[in-house]
Design a protein around this ligand. Structure first.
Ligand code: PMP
Length: 366
């Protein structure tokens, strides 16, 4: 008999999710540009709502009814086709758990949200990474990775950590190439950063097809990552599956209040998006100006920029210098990306400071 409870073998293989850092290894606090949070904070309406009357002795509404109604009204969706979660992360977990298990395969682009492999391993299924095209997701390669054992395809659109994006027509083509019994999850954590009027990257597929689920979050453009609220929409049978698996009172009372208030302030989201677009564009230009030193900024639709180091200056040297200057950014060697950094778009001042560090390093290493 073992002297302690024995972990299931497929759990043994999993490591805990490793979030972006906010401190140096010797404990100094850094400006956190490593978790794609909103540098503008959140809407004042959220602070007001959270400061109001609160009764923490009561359980929250288990179905987040008012919040689902408000989301439905904004997006023109029947609230019965919406489920809220403890962040969209919980709903991604539930989606994989509902449709994949031991012996099944889950396909996603090779460079995707680092949570994906963990949630696939957690249910004992197999990860099948699809090859990329210069780091970006590629529909033909995704379809080529699908076998008769594929049960779920995960697509973060816009993608994390690369920031690239597939237009709706490409997501539609992916869907058209999949067997009808495969679930396509379009994870749109960064969708609010797409330009106004730009195509929706496949959001509307959830309304049209029985095997498409779209997830969204309040953690990014809405700026309430700490409240842990996300939502998913899809056909009633998909929403029903997620409702069976999610936590019973998964969205806290304050989370529901905060998300409702955040949703009501579209102007804050617009300002966040506009600031992100212009600060990101300037930072991309500053990095591209260092192209002769082997630096490349991949095109981003999200609130971060993926910088590849292909010259004398390495990503690790840059990481150390950026950290020395007081900033935490994301290095992802564990995702087979030792040659790049993912840098969350902060304020103009912060991004200019990082661009200056990169320029000085390039000049010094020339
Ligand atoms: N999807 C993607 C692509 C993400 O980058 C993240 C957060 N980093 C999430 C989902 C999950 O976010 P949350 O659980 O806060 O909604």
């Amino acid at each position: 008999m073992a002297d302690k409870p024995t972990l299931k073998p497929w759990i043994e293989a999993i490591h805990a999710y490793v979030p972006g850092k906010s401190k140096t290894s010797d404990g100094r606090p850094l400006v956190k540009l490593s978790a794609n949070e909103n540098p503008l904070g959140c809407s004042p309406a959220v602070h007001k709502a959270l400061a109001g009357e609160h009764q923490p002795n009561f359980y929250p509404d288990p179905d987040a009814t008012a919040l689902r109604q408000a989301i439905g009204a904004v997006h023109g969706i029947d609230p019965a086709r919406i489920v809220c979660g403890t962040g969209s992360g919980e709903l991604l977990h539930c989606a994989v758990q509902a449709f994949a298990g031991p012996g099944d395969e889950v396909v996603f682009p090779r460079y995707s949200f680092s949570l994906y492999p963990l949630l696939v391993w957690k249910v004992g299924a197999e990860v099948v990474p699809a090859e990329d095209s210069d780091y970006a997701a590629d529909v033909d390669k995704l379809l080529a990775a699908v076998t008769e054992r594929t049960r779920v395809v995960l697509l973060d659109n816009p993608n994390n950590p690369i920031g690239t994006w597939l237009p709706r027509a490409e997501v539609e083509r992916l869907h058209a190439g999949l067997p009808r019994d495969v679930l396509l999850v379009v994870d749109q954590a960064y969708a609010e950063f797409l330009e106004e009027g730009e195509d929706d990257g496949g959001f509307d597929l959830a309304a049209r097809y029985d095997n498409v689920l779209v997830t969204r979050t309040f953690s990014k453009a809405f700026g309430i990552a700490g409240e842990r609220v996300g939502w998913a929409t899809g056909a009633p049978h998909l929403v029903d599956a997620l409702n069976r698996l999610r936590g019973a009172f998964n969205v806290t009372a304050s989370g529901q209040k905060a998300a409702l208030a955040a949703l009501g302030d579209r102007d804050f989201v617009r300002r966040s998006r506009d600031a992100n677009s212009s600060i990101r564009a300037r930072f991309v230009e500053q990095v591209e100006a260092l192209g002769n030193h082997g630096l490349r900024a991949l095109p981003s639709k999200a609130n971060f920029v993926f910088v590849v180091f292909e010259g004398a200056l390495s990503a690790t040297t840059a990481l150390d210098a950026i950290s020395e200057a007081g900033y935490a950014v994301r290095h992802l060697p564990s995702q087979d990306l030792p040659q790049a950094l993912r840098i969350t778009v902060g304020t103009q001042e912060q991004m200019d400071a990082i661009a200056t560090v990169l320029r000085q390093l390039c000049e010094a290493s020339a």
